[in-house]
Design a protein around this ligand. Structure first.
Ligand SMILES: *Cc1c(COP(=O)(O)O)cnc(C)c1O
Length: 361
């Protein structure tokens, strides 16, 4: 007995974890700087940690109230109706719900390449098919309506990532409007704002007032620092009414995650410090890394280093874990997450010495 034919389903390739690398290389995890998964280098908000502790004794019940409270709070913050807020297990969960809500078997979606692999994976789970639009290094991975529309052929969902992972490039708000206006009536434009907090551009969430074909995904994994709890959400068109109730896995997000997210939303200071430090780190990486870097609006910088696998491996041996972008189809690039000031400086020092060695070898 076998599962269905999954040969089209490429497994997700995550950034490497501290424990994993420490075990493999016999290093102390304490001495590793992990800049491979765009997590928050300051960890979670202390308020979220406190909420997790307090919730520990309540995990015997289903998360009815906390789920509703989080939905309500997000709706209020973003000026949405509660039905427009789809809380989920990570933004990845929201991507699944959107695919579930939209796709009939064989419907096509359009995703960026290079790009976040989960869009395509999620569509395939839901019996959809995947087409791609290309971002290219020769124009710094620019994201424009032309980039997308040149490849657009009536797909049911078009995914826009802004800031884009792994390149850091952005769409302007005008561009997003233009795309939403140019696609067919039954095409949903999903704007993935996983890194929205780091960008100086405004969110597209308020466009939902004017457009009935835009959804926006957001996460607590990055700027809010609670990736381990898996909590995110989508803002969906007003007209969808009770669709969430029809597609969601019951109690999509867990009690601890909902409580932590509620607390994290009350800690503006933590997000501010995180965003400011990321901006500093981006500049530091651009200015000091001995390799060409691409302009980034996220909490990471993409750099051209030649042999990305070799550089990422050497860097890891020196205690700095970065992301080899070969699995994104960029075998000459590494992605370095923004660390603390100390962590970012260490990464630059380690990488520069590796790049010198490679150049001299
Ligand atoms: C990290 C990330 C997400 C979502 O992550 P979750 O942990 O599932 O919330 C979504 N899109 C992109 C582009 C990301 O990098």
């Amino acid at each position: 007995m076998q599962p269905r034919d999954l040969s089209d389903h490429a497994p997700y390739v995550p950034g490497r974890g501290t424990e994993e690398v420490a075990r493999e290389l016999g290093l102390d995890p304490e001495n590793l700087t992990k800049l491979s998964s765009n997590e928050n280098p300051f960890g979670p908000s202390p308020k979220a940690v406190e909420a997790v502790r307090e919730t520990a004794s309540d995990i015997d019940v289903y998360p009815t109230t906390s789920h509703a409270d989080l939905t309500e709070k997000l709706a209020e913050k973003w000026n949405l109706a509660p039905e427009q807020v789809w809380v989920s297990a990570g933004a990845d969960g929201a991507l699944d719900y959107l695919a579930r809500a939209m796709l009939e078997p064989s419907d096509r979606i359009l995703t960026p390449t290079p790009g976040f692999s989960y869009y395509g994976m999620s569509a395939r789970y839901h019996h959809g098919e995947v087409a791609e639009y290309e971002l290219t290094a020769d124009n710094d991975f620019a994201q424009t309506p032309e980039t997308v529309l040149e490849f657009y052929d009536g797909e049911r969902i078009v995914y826009l990532t802004t800031p884009h992972n792994p390149t850091g490039s952005e769409f302007s708000r005008k561009d997003i409007r233009e795309i939403a206006e140019s696609v067919d009536d039954d095409t949903l434009v999903v704007v993935d704002e996983a890194y929205g907090e780091y960008s100086e551009r405004p969110s597209s969430i308020d466009l939902l007032d004017q457009y009935d074909n835009i959804a926006v995904t957001r996460t607590f994994s990055k700027a809010y620092g609670i990736a381990g709890l898996r909590i995110g959400w989508a803002a969906v068109p007003e007209a969808w009414g009770d669709t969430y109730a029809r597609v969601n896995t019951p109690f999509a997000a867990n009690e601890v995650a909902c409580r932590a997210a509620l607390a994290a939303l009350d800690d503006a200071e933590h997000v501010e410090k995180t965003v400011e430090t990321a901006a500093w780190a981006r500049e530091y990486l651009h200015d000091n890394l001995d390799a060409p870097t691409y302009e980034s609006a996220g909490n990471f910088v993409l750099a051209e280093v030649g042999d990305a696998s070799a550089v990422a491996e050497a860097s890891q041996r020196e205690g700095v874990i970065i992301r080899d972008c070969s699995s994104f189809g960029l075998p000459t690039c590494v992605r370095i997450s923004c660390g603390t000031k100390a962590g970012t400086k260490k990464a630059v020092e380690v990488l520069n010495s590796i790049l010198t060695e490679v150049a001299e070898a």
